[in-house]
Structure formats: structure tokens, C-alpha cells
Write a protein that binds this ligand. Structure first.
Ligand code: MLT
Length: 409
């Protein structure tokens, strides 16, 4: 008799974004004339940079010739031409030295942040921020690292670290000892950032407790404040205890193209039950190359083009456009009396729902009355209740129109 992995049955409802899509589709079917403005899922709206398109065309032509055609990426972890550019531009420029074999190119930070736990014991105690990007929690539920969900939506066996307005959405160290810590800064969903000092506290904790930090830096390109670290490796000692996830999705509009990378320092160790150390880098390499056959050549050529002079300039223009939207959202909502966070170093604005409305009630009201789609804070965890996320990924005209409709709510 075939048995299911019953851990999957512990998962609550559907994944957040399909549930939003379902509600929006139902509303749109019933109201075909409604001009819906989507500020929900963080999906980009602007086309790819011309430099990226040009590189893709060239790569397609190469694939058409016998001499220039490429099959599998032999290394399985990304072409050297891309990994070299990543190291030079994303790390060396910020004083961080990495070796080529510490970079693993993949098809998305969602997959990488979700998959990484697989090479770590199911006995580890995991800690997540609350609110949190649901992938970190759900993948640990699937792996059997939790008990059932309680009435408040929290799973037993996970340490939730509240991120509130009072702590600037950067959590305090947990009281209980934890082994695996998920941090995401600039933060999804709150749009908060962590300073070097705040990240140092976490790095020191991980070093003192032989723990590992999974650091999701998918939104680092949106940082405008020079004092904010873009990489956790800007913190002394982080290479011993942190894995970093990056993505071209939001940085360069690759949500439909798919390219990302994970940094696994060679000096990072985990432990066997007998206390002996194990290098994590070769384990991730083994896992990556066993279950994944690499990102297409055309896509990696496109990713490499984001580091050319033209590519960088064009990508910056698009990020500036999104961040101008965030500024409009922040200032309009502030004028309307909303309590607003984020949106300065991140493409997400996090607002308190008015009059204590539940976040799903506010979602429904906003959809029905203003035809604007956002993301209910409760979808990111219990501490997200009473909050709501608006994404800056849209065009300015739509964002302004959405704000006009907010004013009429
Ligand atoms: C979000 O809206 O939180 C993101 O788009 C999710 C993702 O990148 O998977």
C-alpha cells in the first residue's frame, strides 16, 4: 500500500500566493469590468534590460551553431563566466573574497532556501522570524521538522521570533537554543533592513552555539542606505556560520527567466551526532548536482549581462523606478493616516490595517471597494495579523491610481 508523506498533511490551507490568486480570480469573474491593480505578489512588471535581451539573442545564436552549441553545464553549479562576475561585482567590490566553488548557480532563491534544509538533520531546531516568507516554514514542515499547527497557525517545534514595530522588525535572540536560523534582509514582507551591528549579534550567536544562518538577501539591490550591509559576509566571522541566497529575480527582473545563486563558504561546518565536523560545501554540491542539471546557457548569459556597464545602468534605472513607486505608496498612505513601514531600502511597504481590521478582511475590502490587490500580513505568520503588504512592482500610473482609490476607501 502506497503511503503519503503525512508531513504534507500538516500544511495549512494553500500556499499564500495561489490563495490570493484564487480570490482575485473569483472577484474578477464576478466583476469583469473591474480594473484590478495588483500590488500583491512581488512579481516584477518591467521588461528585461536591453543588455540582457541582447546577450540572450547572442546566446541563442550560439546554440544554433555546432561549434558554439552548449549542452549540459559540466560543472552543474554554473558557468565560470557567471560565477566570476558574481564574485567580482557582488562580493569583491564590498570587500568579501570568495572562491569560484563557493558559488552555486540555480533557478531561484525560493528553491534554494526551500531545499537547503535537506542536507541538515531533521533533529535541528529551526528559528524563523514572524512574519516570515512562508517557504522557510513550509519546507521544514514537509521535511518533518515540526509538529502540527496550533490554532494561531504556528507549528509546534519551530521557534518563532516576533518582528514588531517595537524591535524595528529585527528579532531578538531566542531564549531557547536553536540550530538553524532563517533571516531575510532587506526583509520580505516588512521591508525592514538589518544594520551591521544587528547582523553581528546573529553571527556571534551562531558562532557561540554552533548554529547556521540561512541568509536570504534576494532584495539587497534595493538598499539605498550606504551603511546597510548587502551581504552577511560583510560581518566578520560570518563565513564560518552563514549561507547566503541571492536572486536575479527582483534585482534584474528575472522572475520569468529564473536565475539565482547560493553562496556556501568552504569553511562552514556542521556536526555529526558524535560531534565530529562535516564540511557543508561538498554536501550541497553533491545535493545540487544530483537533483539539478543547471540553469540554461541562455539564461546564464543573460545573468552575466546584468554585470556589464550598460546592464548595471539599465537595471539600476528599473530599480529606481520601483523605488519611486515605493516612495509614492509610503507618502500617500502616511498622508492618509496609515502607520507605514519599509519601502525605503526594499520594494515592500508594510502597513497597519486601519481600525484593527484583520488582514484578510482588509484584503477583501480593498479588493472589493478599491479593486486593489495586496498581501494580507497573516499570510506571513501570526505576527503579521493586523498588517498588510503592498509591493512596489508596478508602473507609476497604476501605483498613483491605487493610492487615489485608497483615499476613497
Ligand atoms: C513575494 O511576493 O513574497 C515574493 O514574490 C515571493 C517569491 O519571490 O517567491
Amino acid at each position: 500500500m502506497i503511503k503519503v508523506n503525512e508531513n504534507f498533511l500538516k500544511l495549512q490551507a494553500g500556499y499564500l500566493f495561489p490563495e490570493i490568486t484564487r480570490r482575485v480570480r473569483k472577484f474578477a469573474d464576478a466583476n469583469p469590468n473591474a480594473q484590478i491593480i495588483k500590488l500583491g505578489i512581488g512579481d516584477v512588471t518591467e521588461p528585461l534590460a536591453p543588455a540582457v535581451i541582447e546577450a540572450m539573442h547572442k546566446a541563442v545564436d550560439e546554440m544554433a551553431g555546432r561549434d558554439t552549441f552548449r549542452g549540459y553545464d559540466d560543472s552543474g553549479v554554473g558557468y565560470e563566466f557567471l560565477r566570476k562576475k558574481i564574485i567580482e561585482n557582488d562580493y569583491r567590490s564590498r570587500g568579501v573574497d570568495l572562491d569560484l566553488d563557493e558559488i552555486f548557480v540555480s533557478d531561484g532563491a525560493k528553491c534554494d532556501t526551500g531545499n537547503f534544509q535537506e542536507i541538515l538533520s531533521d533533529r535541528n531546531v529551526i528559528a524563523v522570524t514572524d512574519p516570515v516568507y512562508p517557504v522557510y516554514v513550509d519546507t521544514n514542515v514537509m521535511a518533518g521538522r515540526t509538529g502540527n499547527a496550533k490554532n494561531n497557525g504556528k507549528y509546534t517545534g519551530i521557534v518563532y521570533m516576533p518582528c514588531t514595530a517595537e524591535n524595528g522588525f529585527v528579532p531578538k535572540l531566542p531564549v531557547e537554543k536553536v540550530d538553524l536560523i532563517y533571516l531575510c534582509y532587506p526583509n520580505n514582507p516588512t521591508g525592514a533592513v538589518a544594520t551591521k551591528k544587528q547582523l553581528s549579534i546573529w553571527v556571534d550567536y551562531a558562532r557561540d552555539n554552533k548554529a547556521v544562518i540561512l541568509f536570504d538577501a534576494a532584495y539587497e539591490a534595493f538598499i539605498s542606505d550606504d551603511s546597510i550591509p548587502h551581504s552577511i559576509y560583510e560581518i566578520i566571522g560570518a563565513k564560518d556560520v552563514a549561507i547566503e541566497f541571492r536572486s536575479f529575480s527582483k534585482t534584474a527582473g528575472f522572475t520569468g527567466l529564473r536565475c539565482a545563486f547560493t553562496v556556501v563558504p568552504k569553511q562552514l561546518k556542521a556536526y555529526k551526532t558524535d560531534g565530529r565536523t562535516v564540511d557543508i560545501n561538498p554536501l550541497w554540491n553533491r545535493r545540487h548536482c544530483t537533483k539539478f542539471n543547471g540553469v540554461s546557457y541562455v539564461t546564464q548569459a543573460a545573468a552575466a549581462a546584468t554585470y556589464t556597464t550598460q546592464g548595471k545602468k539599465q537595471i539600476r534605472q528599473t530599480i529606481d523606478l520601483y523605488m519611486a513607486n515605493a516612495t509614492v505608496i509610503r507618502s500617500s498612505l502616511t498622508k492618509l493616516g496609515y502607520e507605514v513601514y519599509g519601502g525605503i531600502n526594499a520594494p515592500y511597504v508594510w502597513l497597519k490595517t486601519p481600525n484593527g481590521a484583520s488582514s484578510w478582511d482588509f484584503f477583501d475590502r480593498l479588493l472589493q471597494k478599491a479593486n486593489v490587490v495586496g498581501t494580507p500580513g497573516a499570510g506571513f505568520g501570526a505576527a503579521g495579523e493586523g498588517y498588510f503588504r503592498l509591493s512596489a512592482f508596478n508602473n507609476l500610473e497604476n501605483v498613483k491610481e491605487a493610492m487615489t482609490r485608497f483615499a476613497k476607501l
